[in-house]
Design a protein around this ligand. Structure first.
Ligand SMILES: [Zn+2]
Length: 105
């Protein structure tokens, strides 16, 4: 069932459909928006971090690709957050303040 609050990736697909591949559209998105935290693999779920909430398309891509958000256990259909996988669950935020959740104002 579609989530009415989900960020649509359709504008990306539409804007690039006539001359660029989907992968080029994703590459453009990544190059145009720097990662929200020091560890580039850290991305928090929508609604809990003011820095990550500025990148709703990145959050939508992570959901589309079936990757758990940082600090969340993966569901049966997801793989772990790459940062949690490499460093240990929650370790990135424990070691470096720049990777911690910054609650929305
Ligand atoms: Zn964040």
């Amino acid at each position: 069932m579609p989530d009415a609050d989900a960020v649509s990736l359709a504008p990306l697909r539409t804007a690039h459909a006539d001359r660029m591949s989907w992968s080029k559209a994703v590459q453009d998105l990544v190059e145009s928006t720097p990662p929200p935290h020091c560890d580039q693999a850290v991305l928090h779920a929508p609604g809990i971090c003011r820095w990550c909430d500025q990148l709703p398309q990145w959050q939508a891509l992570r959901e589309l690709w079936g990757i758990a958000f940082t600090g969340e256990q993966p569901t049966d259909t997801q793989i772990s957050c790459p940062s949690d996988f490499r460093r240990g669950f929650g370790a990135a935020g424990q070691r470096w303040p720049g990777n911690r959740i910054e609650p929305p104002a």
